[in-house]
Write a new protein. Sequence first.
Length: 154
Amino acid sequence: MRVSPQKARLVLNLIKGRRVEEARNTLAFTKKRVAATVGKLLQSAIDNANFLSTEKGLDVDLDNLYVKHAVANDGPRMKRIRPAPMGRAYHYVRRIAHLEIVLAEKNRNGAAVGTATTVAGEKTAKSATPARPKAKGKAPAKKKAVGKKATAKK
């Protein structure tokens, strides 16, 4: 999204940990420009969860969904130049945010069951990634001690 990540985080922090219906209402009455886009992203995540429950055969109760994780990360920056007086140029940066919302289902006892993830522009299912093994190799070599410089004769 063409908005700075800092501004997007303000809206995403409002809906973190809330139930889906409550998050929708919060976004509907938030006066930030990015709230409409976050609302579309939340709807996409709900649709992904609905798809999992109907097409894939997973047991997902849409009434028990809540926003488990909501993040706005930096995207590529667009560097621009604006003309300035006396032939100079002012440089400025137009920031882009990558938005990500993860929904999970709460049981009656409050434990999370499954998750559905929506990244702006992408639709994926959340899966655990295996930990990478530590690289085997030599430790970095220590730097040599620097000797004292000889004083010049006068």
